[in-house]
Design a protein around this ligand. Structure first.
Ligand code: ASP
Length: 460
């Protein structure tokens, strides 16, 4: 089929033909629900046959069902060329050396409208072509490790990423940035905090919620800020660098073990849980909010330990959960279970016999809280004590996802459950903190101006 109708078939193709519209036509489409103005985009072969896809002037894409199309008025044609120009990344001896690893996700991709596929843009030349400000900040080297959406990151990719970072540190980089899908960035940030300890340089994870072909993209700003932190800050920890407020004023820096994706679509989706963030970064530089962070060093020593046992699971408790859930994990040979319990760390009574069977089978069972904020406290109610008698170990204020990756990592070190317990309960990278500050629940959780606006609006 000619590229004029790329990807379209069935009734939608007929509609295009009927109104003499083609791919890249600038159109006004009238529907029962109103009119849309935009550019007809090609459709990927695997997409459904029922929708016409338009790129609106706002940059958003919409799908219009063929049955709703009343008229298509063709106003012109604009064949898009989305190729990013390759420019040679300039080297400047006075600037720090930063290594950017790509693992995939929205930040590494742009839509290729010719094929409809999402393709990576990752060579330094391509990045410099699309974000030239990077050259004002550092000398950039790039390496693509993976090209996956982050739900496909797992132990093998975590190990590969940790090894690549350790190698880059040995080779002398001043900082590392990891481009990653946002959906599971907090799992990877946490596991890297255990696999790579005492780094001499900053290790900064970054992503974007909106791809770079959209005007509202957060990709460029997040990337520039992440590179700034990697090259210039003295915080030698594993961090996530993403939008603080919903506007593009600054990025927040979150500790790898205390961070979580909290909104499915806002750009300010990452939040530090149970603490205040490490700091913020914008064009004026990095400002630390706290002093208890590990400082940059000039040596090249980093402790790399990638052992991981993937026979671990998270069980998110819900009322009326049946014991067969736990029994099937035991039968399938799982070695560790992290429960996200209700309130202070509870599950219903019918699960107790299954938990006793887990203990008898040598399965390590740890308790975290679904509330995310606050500590597991199993001494308050008798039920908590009973669970501890069944061998369930409370994880203090470790987040459920963090406990999950830490348990896999701990079981990778030892199968002796006492040793696993010692590892689990000994904080390595603030995954357990002695207390949660009173302002950790609210402060910086959305940008102070927004919190103020909210409060003044509701407390007149
Ligand atoms: N689904 C994507 C991912 O996590 C979303 C993103 O990159 O923000 O890979």
């Amino acid at each position: 089929m000619s590229d004029d109708y790329k990807g379209y078939r069935g009734a939608t193709l007929e509609a295009l033909r009927r109104f003499e519209a083609r791919v890249w036509s600038e159109v006004r489409v009238e529907t029962e629900a109103g009119a849309f103005e935009g550019l007809i985009l090609p459709r990927s072969e695997t997409a459904d046959a029922d929708h016409l896809v338009l790129k609106l002037i706002s940059g958003y894409n919409v799908g219009v069902h063929h049955a709703r199309i009343l008229n298509i008025e063709v106003r012109g044609r604009k064949v898009a060329d989305y190729k990013i120009p390759e420019k040679e990344f300039p080297k400047d001896a006075g600037k720090p050396r930063v290594k950017l690893f790509g693992t995939g996700g929205t930040i590494a991709s742009r839509l290729d409208y010719r094929t409809g596929a999402v393709i990576p843009a990752f060579s330094p030349g391509e990045l410099y072509g699309s974000v030239p400000e990077l050259a004002d900040v550092c000398n950039l080297e790039t390496e693509k490790l993976y090209g996956v959406f982050s739900e496909n990151m797992g132990p093998a990719e975590w190990q590969g990423t940790a090894r690549a970072i350790a190698q880059a540190i040995k080779e002398g980089v001043d900082g590392v940035v990891i481009g990653h899908g946002t959906d599971t960035m907090h799992h990877t940030a946490a596991v890297l905090s255990f696999m790579l300890q005492d780094s001499p340089v900053p290790i900064v994870m970054v992503g974007s919620q909106r791809s770079s072909d959209r005007p509202s993209s957060d990709a460029a700003l997040n990337l520039i800020n992440a590179v700034r932190v990697a090259g210039h800050s003295d915080i030698a920890e594993i961090m996530v660098c993403m939008f603080g407020p919903t506007s593009d004023r600054y990025d927040l820096l979150h500790r790898g073990t205390r961070v979580r994706k909290m909104h499915s679509s806002y750009r300010s989706t990452f939040r530090t849980i149970g603490d205040i963030p490490l700091g913020r970064v914008d064009a004026d530089g990095v400002q630390a909010f706290r002093q208890d962070y590990k400082r940059r060093r000039s040596d090249r020593e980093v402790k790399l330990n990638t052992a991981f046992d993937d026979r671990v699971s998270i069980v998110y408790y819900y009322p009326n959960m049946k014991p067969d859930i736990i029994d099937s994990l035991i039968e399938q040979g799982y070695k560790g279970i992290v429960i996200a319990g209700t309130g202070l760390g509870h599950v219903n009574k019918p699960l107790y016999p299954a938990l006793a069977r887990a203990r008898a089978a040598g399965v390590a069972v740890y308790m975290t809280v679904q509330t995310l904020w606050g500590y597991v406290q199993m001494y308050v109610y008798e039920t908590g004590r009973e669970l501890m008698d069944l061998g369930v170990v409370p994880c203090a204020n470790m987040l459920p996802e963090v406990a999950y990756v830490k348990l896999g990592w701990a079981l990778g070190q030892s199968q002796d459950l006492e040793e696993v317990k010692r590892i689990m309960l000994t904080p390595i990278a603030s995954e357990i903190t002695p207390r949660e500050p009173h302002d950790g629940y609210l402060v910086f959780q959305g940008g102070v101006p927004e919190v103020n606006r909210f409060i003044s609006h509701h407390w007149k």
